[in-house]
Design a protein around this ligand. Structure first.
Ligand SMILES: C[S@@+](CC[C@H](N)C(=O)[O-])C[C@H]1O[C@@H](n2cnc3c(N)ncnc32)[C@H](O)[C@@H]1O
Length: 253
């Protein structure tokens, strides 16, 4: 598979440095939190979409869960494989695109954390179709009533961060809720143009519904500061806990 999106190119180059990011330093607490929310039986199966270097997948496997980690970036997955080997655990790593995967297994729960694909738009991705496709694929991979925990960028914070000048310059598109920037994946490497999508709670509720899931909780979910609290307008990320409700006709589209 050649690199399809700018994010795949970005994460392939960023992979060796990914675990140096400050926001990756709270994995144990995040896993404690998500296990409390998902309330799973021991040994349950969990799908980690956009698993990256597998920091959550590996910790979940250490705690006895059957984990599948799916990611677009071969280099992030290579780091994940190394981590699992070092930890002495088995995780089923799959290289795949969250917008178009289909797995035979049905899982007891799914996670998609820290913009693990949700909101990471390719240069030509539609800002509605892309996240909806991911949510539908996640929903299709779940057993009935299974729960999902997701974190995505907070639209309110994105709106408050930008000005009308940023809109004129094309850095922020308020009609699509898309930020267009260029980021260097590693010191010394040229910046890569990327697009990131933020969300407002109402559309997340609607998108989950269209994907056959119903939202249970919407909280502030910034990495390093997960908690069961009302969403702060300036908070970087939103957390969504939802439950698969139905195999509706919409889900199958
Ligand atoms: C910010 S990292 C988050 C990784 C991990 N969930 C965590 O919390 O550390 C985003 C990950 O999403 C992956 N990704 C981006 N677009 C994707 C897509 N369409 N399908 C699958 N993975 C994708 C990237 O390769 C990267 O590993």
């Amino acid at each position: 598979m050649s690199e399809k999106t700018s994010w795949e190119r970005f994460f392939n180059a960023h992979a060796p440095d990914y675990m140096d990011n400050v926001f990756t330093k709270n994995t144990l607490r995040e896993v404690d939190f998500l296990l409390e929310e998902l309330a799973l039986q021991p040994g349950s199966s969990i799908l980690d979409v956009g698993c990256g270097t597998g920091r959550h997948s590996i910790e979940l496997a250490k705690r006895g869960y059957e984990v599948t980690g799916l990611d677009l970036s071969a280099k992030m997955l290579a780091q994940a494989e190394k981590g699992a080997k070092a930890a002495g655990v088995k995780v089923n790593w799959i290289r795949g695109d969250a917008t178009r995967f289909s797995l035979d297994e049905k899982y007891d729960a799914a996670i998609c954390l820290c913009e693990g694909s949700l909101g990471l738009l390719g240069q030509t991705d539609d800002p509605i179709d892309q996240p909806l496709a991911i949510l539908r694929n996640i929903s299709r991979s779940l057993k009935p009533q299974a729960k999902v925990l997701l974190t995505v960028l907070n639209g309110a914070a994105m709106i408050r961060k930008y000005t009308n000048d940023d809109v004129k310059e094309g850095t922020f598109d308020p009609l699509q809720m898309v930020e267009s920037t260029a980021v260097s994946p590693r010191e010394g490497l040229p910046a890569i143009a990327v697009r990131e999508r933020a969300f407002v709670p109402t559309e997340l509720t609607l998108m989950c519904r269209l994907a056959g899931m119903s939202v249970i909780s919407l909280w502030g979910g910034t990495a390093g500061n997960w908690g069961r609290r009302a969403l702060d307008l300036d908070e970087i990320e939103i957390m969504i806990v939802a439950r698969k409700t139905a195999e509706s006709a919409e889900v199958e589209r």
